[in-house]
Design a protein. Structure first.
Length: 293
C-alpha cells in the first residue's frame, strides 16, 4: 500500500495496464505511469519519483474480523463490478512468466514473503514459513520475527526486540497436563489401556414395550465379552495462538503485543513485507537473498 501524495499534491490513479504480469497504474493529474509493486514512476512527467510505503497487512477476512470486529469493508462500486475479471488469477497462472531466473533454487511461481532492511532484500519461501513458523532471522543486523498466524494463511513480520534488547520467540506448547502427569509418575492418558464399560446383567435384557416380565433369553457370552461402544468425544476447542519470549517469559498475540507477563501492554515494531511470486520479487530485487533454515 502506498500514499497517493507526491510533492504535497494528491494524485488519483487508475488501472493502465500490466507490466511483467504486475499491476501498472497511471495518475489522472500528470499522466505518469507507475509500477504498483515498487511504487515508482517509470514513465511520464514524474518519472523517478516514488510513493511512500504505508504499513499494511495481508490477512484472511476471518483473522481480520477477529481483531477488528467493528471494522469496515470496502464495497465495490456497482457500475464497475462487471469490468473485473473473476478468473484473473487462475488464467494468469496458466501463462508463461515474462522473466525467469533458472539459476536460482526457487521456481518462478513459488510464493515468497519479501522484505527490505536498508539493503539487499530477503525472500522467505512460503512453504518454509508454514512449516517452521515462527522464524527468527537477522537481516542487516536487525533481529526479525516472521510469523504465520493462527489461520495458517495470514502473516506478519516484527523486529524481535523488547525495550531495545534482542529477544527470541516460540509458540507456547500446551504441555501442562503431560508435564504434571509425568511429574507424579502417572501413566499419560494416551498410553492407558482402554477399559470396557460394564454391560447389563445376563438375563435382564431390555424389556419390550408392553412386557412386564424379565426376558427368558439366555445370556450371550460373546456379547458380554465385548465392551460397549464408546461415544465419540466432543472436539477439543482450538488452542490459542500464543508466543512466549525468552527474555521476559511474557505471552504475545499475533498482533505482536504482550497480553500477560512483565511486558504486558508493550508491542513489537512492525516490518513491511510483501507476499509475491519469486520471479516478480527477484526482478525488482536483484540482490535479494533467500532464507535457508
Amino acid at each position: 500500500m502506498w500514499t497517493r501524495t507526491v510533492n504535497g499534491k494528491a494524485l488519483h490513479f487508475y488501472l493502465a495496464g500490466i507490466n511483467n504480469q504486475n499491476f501498472l497504474m497511471r495518475d489522472k493529474e500528470t499522466g505518469t505511469w507507475w509500477q504498483q509493486i515498487t511504487g515508482k514512476a517509470i514513465y511520464g512527467p514524474l518519472k523517478g519519483a516514488a510513493l511512500n510505503l504505508v504499513l499494511s497487512d495481508e490477512l484472511t477476512f476471518g483473522e481480520w474480523k477477529s481483531e477488528f470486529s467493528d471494522g469496515k469493508v470496502l464495497a465495490p462500486v456497482p457500475k464497475y463490478v462487471k469490468e473485473y475479471d473473476p478468473k484473473w488469477e487462475p488464467e494468469i497462472a496458466k501463462l508463461p512468466v515474462v522473466i525467469s531466473f533458472p539459476g536460482t533454487e526457487l521456481k518462478s511461481r513459488d510464493v515468497v514473503v519479501g522484505l527490505e532492511m536498508n539493503g539487499p532484500g530477503r525472500a522467505y519461501p512460503w512453504e518454509t514459513l508454514i512449516k517452521q513458523s515462527p522464524i527468527a532471522d537477522r537481516v542487516q543486523g536487525t533481529p526479525l520475527l516472521i510469523a504465520v498466524g493462527p489461520d495458517g494463511k495470514s502473516f506478519r513480520v516484527f523486529v524481535s526486540r523488547i525495550d531495545g534488547k534482542d529477544a527470541e520467540f516460540f509458540l507456547k506448547a500446551d504441555t501442562e497436563t503431560e508435564t504434571a502427569a509425568n511429574a507424579k509418575g502417572a501413566t499419560p492418558a494416551s498410553e492407558k489401556p482402554a477399559t470396557a464399560t460394564p454391560t447389563k446383567a445376563a438375563g435382564l435384557a431390555d424389556a419390550k414395550a408392553g412386557d412386564t416380565k424379565p426376558s427368558d433369553a439366555k445370556p450371550d457370552a460373546s456379547a458380554a465379552a465385548k465392551p460397549a461402544p464408546i461415544a465419540n468425544p466432543a472436539p477439543a476447542p482450538p488452542k490459542p495462538w500464543i508466543l512466549l519470549d525468552t527474555a521476559t517469559a511474557s505471552e504475545w498475540n499475533f498482533q505482536g503485543c504482550a497480553i500477560s507477563g512483565p511486558s504486558t501492554g508493550k508491542c513489537l515494531d512492525r516490518v513491511p513485507a510483501l507476499k509475491d511470486f519469486w520471479f516478480d520479487w527477484r526482478n525488482y530485487h536483484p540482490d535479494t537473498t533467500i532464507y535457508r533454515h
